[in-house]
Structure formats: C-alpha cells, structure tokens
Design a protein around this ligand. Structure first.
Ligand SMILES: N[C@@H](CCC(=O)N[C@@H](CS)C(=O)NCC(=O)O)C(=O)O
Length: 209
C-alpha cells in the first residue's frame, strides 16, 4: 500500500491550513506532524533537511518533498484533484496561479501587520506607518476581488478551484479579525459560501494565535 501523504505543521498556521484544505478537497487521507511555535520542531535538523527555511508547511509524498504553501496547494490539486479544481486548460490554470500569487503579494502583506499587532503584539516589528496604511491597502485589494467576483460564485466562475484556497483562507482571517462589513458584498457572500465547505469548516476555525 502506498504511504500516506505527510504534512508538517500546526493547523493554526494559515499556510498549513491551505495545504490541509487542498488535501480535504481531494478527499485524501494524510498524516500530520504538528510542529511550529509552541510545538517546536521547525529548527530540528530532521525537519530542516526537508525544509531548509525552517518554516511550515512541508509536504512529503513518497520520496517527493515540497515546501512553500501555494506550491503545495497547486501540487495536491494538480496531482490528485479534478480538472475543475486544477483546470486542465493552461490559461485557466495560469489564472488560478495568478490569484494564488496575488494572495502572497497583495493581500497577506497588508493583513500581516494588523494580525500581528492584534494577536501577537510582542512580536510585531513592522512599525506604525505600515500598520496605519494596512487597512486602506487591504480594502484596495478587496475592491479588486469584489470586481472579480461580480456575477460569480467563486473566483474563477461557477466552480470552486484551487484559486479559492489561499485567497479564501486569508480573507477568512481578515473577517475573523476585523468583523464583517458591507463594503464588499460579493467578497462576503463568497466567503460565506466557502465557510460552508467541509474543507474550510475542518481547517480554518482554530483560534487565532
Ligand atoms: N512562504 C511560506 C511561509 C511559511 C511561514 O512563514 N510559515 C509560518 C507559519 S504561517 C511559520 O513557519 N512560522 C513559524 C512557526 O510556526 O513556528 C509559505 O507560504 O509556506
């Protein structure tokens, strides 16, 4: 029997959550080694041989090792998901990747200062200017997503795809932190749709830490 996929990382990490959502969307059984923060383990030599960055998540699928959460999401969805979750069409797949990268470049950097200041104030090292600018920058990114979601159930159209995983997980955190508002009704409706999916219910509801 083939070995189960293994994921390293605590479920409270947003980047681990993304990998776990992808595994759930593909109905895959997996083992999870809970490491990171209070659990330790990320700088153990055994783990650093898998991920020299010493951060989570990391994935092992047989002899294959992968780190960087969005690469892990894409790998799981492409290898084990449907042609809808990871579109067969090269252009559609590239658009999924565009939104997944956009989460890293244009959403998370603005959410992070707000998150750190609210949840881990002792660790916040970004300065006041970054913090003050963050809500407006987040709202600008939300405007872009609002326009994309007009007339659509999910980012790519009527179907849930891998593009919804990173963006959905990060915005779940935004709404948990900031509360719901009515500035971006399409985004909020989409977020509520995601929050009903078993994969999001299972992996995005842990307390913020
Ligand atoms: N770009 C990396 C970032 C990974 C990262 O920063 N992970 C955080 C958790 S979200 C981490 O390892 N933190 C240290 C810890 O939990 O001990 C990815 O997307 O996988």
């Amino acid at each position: 029997m083939a070995e189960k996929i293994k994921i390293w990382g605590r479920t409270t990490s947003i980047n681990v959550q993304k990998a776990l959502i992808a595994l759930s969307e593909c109905n895959l059984d997996y083992d999870q080694e809970v490491i990171g923060r209070q659990h330790g383990g990320t700088f153990e030599p055994e783990f650093c041989r898998l991920n020299p960055n010493g951060n989570i998540p990391a994935l092992q699928d047989g002899d294959f090792i992968l780190w960087e959460s969005n690469a892990i999401v894409a790998y799981i969805c492409e290898k084990y998901g449907s042609a809808v979750l990871c579109p067969d069409d090269v252009g559609q797949r590239a658009l999924c990747n565009q939104w997944m990268i956009w989460k890293i470049t244009s959403v998370y950097p603005h959410l992070r200062p707000l998150y750190m200041k609210a949840i881990r104030p002792d660790e916040y090292d970004g300065g006041e200017a970054l913090l003050e600018a963050a809500p407006a920058k987040m709202r600008k990114s939300l405007d872009i997503l609002e326009a994309q979601l007009a007339g659509k159930d999910f980012i790519m159209g009527e179907d849930f795809t891998m593009a919804d995983i990173p963006v959905g997980a990060v915005l779940k955190r935004w709404y948990t932190l900031m509360g719901e508002d009515d500035h971006h009704p399409n985004v909020l409706a989409w977020q509520k749709r995601l929050n009903q999916r078993p994969s999001f219910v299972a992996h995005t509801n842990s307390a913020l830490e």
